[in-house]
Design a protein around this ligand. Structure first.
Ligand SMILES: Cc1cc2nc3c(=O)[nH]c(=O)nc-3n(C[C@H](O)[C@H](O)[C@H](O)COP(=O)(O)O)c2cc1C
Length: 385
């Protein structure tokens, strides 16, 4: 039974082959940051405020200049089309129907053009700058043609952290399905029928480039090898000149880097540690937020991601200065478990939890919460068990 966001994780585990479930679920190395992202929400309490009368809740929020129906958006998650057939389109449709933006990963089965055409809504594109600048410009042109209103440049993955579950499963190292993978997939017939039933998916954006090989696994392995490992702020400046829409830097954890993003011309940042998949032992995102918001609040739009599973998590981030929250694993699991309807249900769960918690805090809107800011939360400095 699906009652909360975590229930989708269990449902996805039952439906997905182990290699894909572990790829979504895992973090890097000892998974310290992965755990911290979740645990550190408990260090903040929400202020209860009673007898304010019954009230109509307004959950709308401004995200990158767009009035969204919820203070949420779907962040970029790679390979959605391997968890569900046309998963990118299904997720984007659920977002569009709920009135929130979606952001398509560079590592997607369907291209930004196809997703924008099929789903509509407020769509953005996430770019990995590749050492092949020609292909990078091709991806940019595709995003522009598709009408993407913002470009998210991910800057925390020039070098990939080791995700030990993937190493054990042989994921990413493999460019073709191995016998062990095939045997594992055979234990998930519903997934096989859905995702492999009409042939092996491939990465639409590089299908025309023979050098990337054929089939999603080989193309993805070649794409990730081409992520520029020498990326610097000069490359962000290069991108700023080429992109006329909003530019968002994803993967910021310090106020100093947030300042640099602003001075390089970024419109927004995403406070992110890639869901604990990169620098292990990095701080949680919720612990990094207050200092960044204090130093840059009002000067740049601040988005955040990392283990948001509850409406109360979202409320804490908004009170601490974020203008919106990006979902990652929670919607990837909901998509794997239930397709478009699964993501719609997840967003509905967030909507309900936000509504009830705001009411119990005596607040009638997300805007009022953001105005109250830090006074809506309390830091609990008690030692944890
Ligand atoms: C399976 C998976 C694939 C991801 N792929 C990308 C990607 O292609 N580009 C990107 O910028 N971030 C990617 N991310 C990171 C997410 O955008 C986000 O930062 C992170 O998942 C947030 O943490 P959460 O999953 O705990 O909510 C990926 C995350 C996961 C779990």
């Amino acid at each position: 039974m699906i009652v909360n966001a975590d229930d989708f994780r269990d449902a996805a585990r039952r439906r997905l082959p182990k290699i894909f479930f572990d790829y979504i679920d895992g973090g890097s190395f000892g998974e310290t940051t992965l755990r911290r992202n979740r645990d550190d929400f408990d260090r903040w309490a929400l202020e209860q405020c009673v007898l304010r009368g019954s009230m109509q809740q307004d959950l709308c929020a401004d995200i990158l200049g767009h009035r969204a129906a919820l203070p949420l958006m779907l962040g970029p998650v790679g390979f959605l089309g391997l968890y569900r057939r046309d998963g990118e389109i299904a997720a984007a449709r659920a977002a569009a129907t709920a009135g929130i933006p979606w952001c398509l990963s560079t590592f997607s089965i369907r291209s930004i053009g196809s997703v924008a055409r099929a789903a509509g809504g407020e769509g953005y594109f996430q770019l990995y700058i590749l050492d092949d600048r020609g292909l990078t410009e091709e991806l940019l042109a595709g995003a522009e043609r598709a009408g993407a209103g913002a470009l998210f440049v991910t800057v925390d993955t020039a070098i990939t952290g080791i995700r030990e579950k993937d190493v054990r499963n042989g994921f990413r190292a493999a460019t073709r399905l191995t016998p062990a993978m095939l045997m594992n997939m055979a234990t998930r017939p519903a997934w096989c029928l859905d995702v492999l039933g009409k042939g092996t998916p491939s990465v639409e954006a590089v299908d025309h480039r023979a050098e990337f090989g054929r089939g999603a696994l080989e193309q993805a392995a070649n794409l990730s090898r081409r992520i520029d490992k020498t990326l610097s702020w000069a490359d962000v400046a290069w991108l700023r000149e080429r992109w006329n829409g909003k530019l968002v830097i994803k993967g910021i954890l310090t106020a100093a880097d947030a300042q640099l993003a602003r001075s390089t011309g970024a419109d927004a940042i995403v406070i992110s540690n890639h869901g604990g998949r990169q620098l292990d032992a990095a701080p949680s995102t919720i612990s990094a937020l207050p200092e960044i918001a204090e130093q840059l609040g009002g000067e740049i739009d601040i988005l955040i991601d990392g283990a948001f599973r509850r409406g109360s998590d979202v409320i804490k981030a908004l009170a601490l200065g974020a203008s919106g929250v990006m979902l990652g694993r929670s919607y990837a699991f909901a998509l794997a478990a239930g397709g478009e309807a699964g993501v719609a249900k997840l967003l509905n769960i967030f909507r309900t939890e936000l509504t009830i918690n705001l009411a119990l805090m005596g607040l009638d809107s997300v805007d009022a919460l953001r105005r109250n800011g830090r006074s809506a939360v309390r830091f609990l400095d008690a030692p944890r068990a």
